[in-house]
Ligand binder design. Structure first.
Ligand code: SF4
Length: 323
């Protein structure tokens, strides 16, 4: 990572869900995210990747306060967002906006597009009605839709156009960081590249940082500066994109890349083919959670959980035998 102060600091963040208990049985707790730490620099895109259920969406939602933390902290521009509630925290939260996976469900069908985009401006008390409407017209143009789109309703648009509207809504409060949770997965392949190019262009024009949550490694390769790979609630590898994609150190990352022919070319021979099912997060294996699926596993892997070494933005893997 660059030498400048980080925009977002996540430290030792954990999120758990209480699943209650069966009759006379022990209480069940699902550790969805466990001891995650990373930074995002201004203008940087950090991608969070991993199989479905690895905790990446939960992590994104916990950062914006949609889920309570079981432990750890989230600091934005030096302001701790996890303790108390004051004006500087409110302003910091305004500078973090989120784009959700499903542009069909995330936009209120009863609101006109103008209202959808204006709502966060109203919530954050930004400008009067006239100023806000002018801003909506500016924003809809920035995402490549005509101004008359403001008078229509979300159901009158395609999935790609709805995701553009969601991006316009997120841009309204002039954020420094956008958390994009699988922003492409509900879209047709032909539309995905348009939205990806739009996000890349906005990043360059506005100096935006993204936390880009995705299982689509080709999209991640296109947009990310750094990549963090998650497995069962933990980061198992993190580093600059070209190092993670070009010389993955963790067997899980090697297996993920080997499964994408274009990106994993040449790795299959020396790499790992991902076999077996993901263990239940309610009953995690002892030691390295990847050991039941790992071809390199040795005795220590079944006993001792490998920590992610302090990395300071460099390439690191949580493995006893990294490549
Ligand atoms: Fe495989 Fe052991 Fe490394 Fe886990 S710690 S990824 S089981 S080699």
């Amino acid at each position: 990572m660059t030498a400048q102060s980080p925009l977002l600091c996540v430290r030792d963040l954990s999120v758990s869900f209480d699943l209650g208990s069966a009759w006379f049985g022990p209480k069940k707790e699902l550790k969805a995210v466990n001891g995650i730490s990373f930074d995002v620099a201004p203008g940087e895109t950090l991608a969070l990747v991993g199989e479905s259920g690895c905790g990446k969406t939960t992590l994104g939602r916990a950062i914006v306060g949609l889920y309570p933390l079981a432990g750890g902290s989230v600091t934005f521009k030096g302001i701790d967002l996890t303790k108390g509630a004051n004006e500087s925290q409110r302003l910091a939260r305004r500078a973090i906006q989120m784009i959700f996976q499903d542009p069909y469900g995330s936009l209120n069908p009863r609101m006109s597009v103008a209202k959808v985009i204006e709502e966060p401006l109203e919530i954050h008390r930004l400008g009067n009605k006239t100023v806000r409407r002018e801003r909506c017209a500016e924003l809809i143009g920035q995402v490549g839709l005509p101004v008359d789109a403001l008078n229509r309703y979300p159901h009158q648009f395609s999935g790609g156009q709805r995701q553009r509207i969601a991006i316009a809504r997120a841009l309204g409060p002039e954020p420094d960081l956008i958390i994009a949770d699988e922003p492409l997965s509900a879209l047709d392949v032909s539309i995905q590249s348009q939205i990806l190019n739009l996000m890349t262009g906005l990043k360059e024009q506005r100096g935006l940082a993204y936390l880009f949550i995705s299982h689509d490694l080709a999209a991640v390769h296109h947009i990310a500066d750094r990549v963090a790979v998650m497995y069962l609630g933990r980061i198992v590898e993190i580093g600059p994109r070209d190092q993670v994609f070009g010389a993955p150190r963790h067997p899980y990352t090697q297996a993920l890349l080997a499964a994408v022919p274009k990106l994993g070319r040449g790795r299959r021979a020396r790499g790992t083919v991902l076999a077996g099912d993901v263990p239940s997060p309610l009953d995690l294996p002892k030691g390295c959670a990847f050991h039941p699926r790992c071809p390199k596993a040795q005795a220590i892997c079944q006993q001792t959980t490998p920590d992610l070494p302090p990395h300071g933005g460099e390439h690191a893997a949580a493995c006893h035998f990294p490549d």
